[in-house]
Design a binder for this molecule. Sequence first.
Ligand SMILES: NC(=O)NCCC(=O)O
Length: 385
Amino acid sequence: MAAEFTSLEGCLEKHLPPKELEEVKRILYGKPVSTLELPTEALKLAEEKNFELAGYKFGVLEEQLRKPRIVKIGAVQNKIVLPTSAPLANQLAALHARIKEITDAAALCGVNVICFQECWTMPFAFCTREKHPWTEFAESVIDGPTIKLCQELAKQHNMVIVSPILERDSVHQDRIFNTTVIISNNGSVLGKTRKNHIPRVGDFNESTYYMEGDLGHPVFQTQFGRIAVNICYGRHHPLNWLMYAVNGAEICFNPSATVGALSEPMWPIEARCAAIANNYFTVAINRIGTEVFEHEFTSADGKPAHRDFGHFYGSSYVAAPDGSRTPGLSRVNDGLLVTEVDLNMCRQVKDKWCFQMTSRLDMYANSLTEAVKPDFKQQIIRDEA
Ligand SMILES: NC(=O)NCCC(=O)O
């Protein structure tokens, strides 16, 4: 769908009578979320700097023996700032400045953990199939310029920063990975996680640029809960989501870069299903805009060569373990979504639905062990009549 369609929620609100709208929202979005009051200063900054700022809060049961574990999550979606033909250093600096503005607004809103979009320091150039100059954006997660910036911001704002970048691993022969770095609110690098599943679909020609993640499914214990990151295409793999839950995640981020023609109908479903199935909060983040490249490329589908990927439709949202979700940010504008959650909800929903007790992981572990053997025989009962 074209970039002019700004948001699904906006369209429903414009065209449905209030009573029907309430029913549609109940069915499509689950238990209603309330609006979070945001400081005037932050709203002013958002207006001045031209990004959407929205805030929501999920309802949760009050417990008698546990204190609430309130966390404010920030999700950021943004366009690239300069054209893809600008000098790389300028492109990077402009993105750094943009993310700093949005993070400053998040700090004013009291955000505890913020996550940016997939490979946020660069245009999503993998569609071009050109290595030069794009692989130059890959940087060290130990002392690269982006990590340094994130460390400063994390310390300044007492905020955990989840920063998805293209990683250059110089300790291992300059290999490249699609990595997310977790920076603690004290400014130190807590660790990193790498994209496990690499797309081989449409113009997402990413497997020629970087390798499959080799770090498993780490979960990071932060001062604001246990967090994990399932990077973009990993959201199509239920076992990837599952393993972060098995390792104890309470919030699972899904920083992404995906376009309307390919995935938009799947977008509202996948991270939300994952929240339900895995009893954690999911944070689905997608980039914004249409990125135009200097040289034409084809999509190997017989259609004419072109210079862009299509429209990255944003629509970032948060889903809760009880199946409710926030409205999405816009399909066309940069934005910051602030969501207040009580992590106690994860266990409350586990106790209600018992998915963790009925999942039969041992049965599937055995079945999958058999299924990956070369001499595996499918369990099919044939009608020989
Ligand atoms: N960045 C990325 O993995 N995109 C793949 C397309 C999709 O998963 O929608």
